[in-house]
Design a binder for this molecule. Structure first.
Ligand code: DAK
Length: 257
């Protein structure tokens, strides 16, 4: 069994996926990407997993795609590897995914963090899209997701120069959700995931869907989607339970139905 990606269950309802190639600063080779796609798909289908934490180690979340693995590849080979499909699988996980970032999140590593829904960064984390320095451009969503998070002028600065930026800058430009001391990154991510795991899963899933689908739609369509989603939730048991519990001043018991 390969151990380049490890699975843990740090709290009730929380699955943790750990990238484990410390000798390569957690560079994302094909094996790691395939395992990430597989585990995220499986956790997405597993009723006992309500929220997911994706992390690396204290030196690196992920230093990007594995340069050694792709340095000699041609276009046909890159197409055949289907890396873009793996990225889509990762982004399509229906459950909330929280990136717990310590150390480097560069290139494909920064893009991986940006496919997550929440980013918790350690104070000394370093983000960046340095691909231009090695003759390519971001290929896992960096030109688009960084621009949507940070705006054209900041994104352009980093995509065109390949310069790295720290956790505070990431927070300030809307890329990180929170910055915490390095030693607390994983704990904080698990704490947030555990809190989400206690909430009614259908509402959580539709909330994620509405935010993501809405980002790609005109405002009127996005608002219509949001309205339909909230209407649909009125046929769930958890909506009845949540509202009754509020009125009866007790803790709700959600069933996921
Ligand atoms: N790939 C392969 N090996 C890497 C690596 C990487 N991205 N990053 C680090 N390593 C390896 C180093 O080669 C070194 O290996 P040995 O020499 O010990 O064998 C080991 O990890 C330790 O690295 P350093 O000695 O360099 O460690 P430092 O702490 O001094 O520096 C660093 C850490 C992360 C700042 C530095 O290693 C670095 O700059 N790494 C490269 C960062 C980078 O350029 N990342 C972008 C990669 S390109 C696509 C979609 C997406 C992509 C491509 C295609 N399609 C849809 C087709 C994505 C592309 C990328 O991400």
């Amino acid at each position: 069994m390969s151990d380049v990606v490890l699975l843990e269950r740090p709290a009730e309802g929380v699955g943790l996926i750990r990238i484990n190639r410390p000798e390569a600063r957690n560079a994302l080779n094909l094996e790691v990407r395939r395992l990430l796609a597989r585990h995220l798909t499986e956790m997405g289908e597993d009723a006992a997993t309500r929220a997911i934490v994706l992390t690396g180690n204290d030196k690196s979340f992920a230093a990007g795609a594995d340069i050694k693995e792709m340095a000699d590849a041609g276009t046909v080979e890159m197409l055949a590897r289907g890396v873009h499909r793996l990225w889509r699988t990762i982004g399509a996980c229906p459950k909330p995914v929280i990136a717990a970032v310590n150390g480097y999140a560069l290139g494909g590593g920064c893009e991986l963090a940006m496919t997550c829904d929440i980013i918790i960064a350690g104070e000394s984390a370093q983000f960046g899209q340095p691909e231009v320095r090695i003759g390519i451009i971001p290929g896992g969503g960096g030109t688009q997701r960084l621009t949507r998070a940070a705006g054209k002028y900041r994104a352009m600065k980093y995509v065109l120069t390949g310069e790295l930026f720290g956790a505070r800058a990431a927070l300030e430009m809307g890329l990180a959700s929170e910055v915490v001391p390095d030693a607390e990154v994983e704990k904080r991510a698990v704490e947030l995931a555990a809190r989400i795991a206690e909430l009614p899963p259908l509402a959580v899933q539709l909330a994620k869907e509405a935010v993501l689908a809405g980002m790609e739609a005109p405002l009127s369509s996005a608002l219509a989607l949001e309205a339909k989603s909230v209407q649909i939730l009125f046929s769930s048991q958890d909506q009845k339970e949540g509202m009754r519990a509020f009125i009866e001043k007790r803790k709700p018991k959600f069933s996921g139905r």
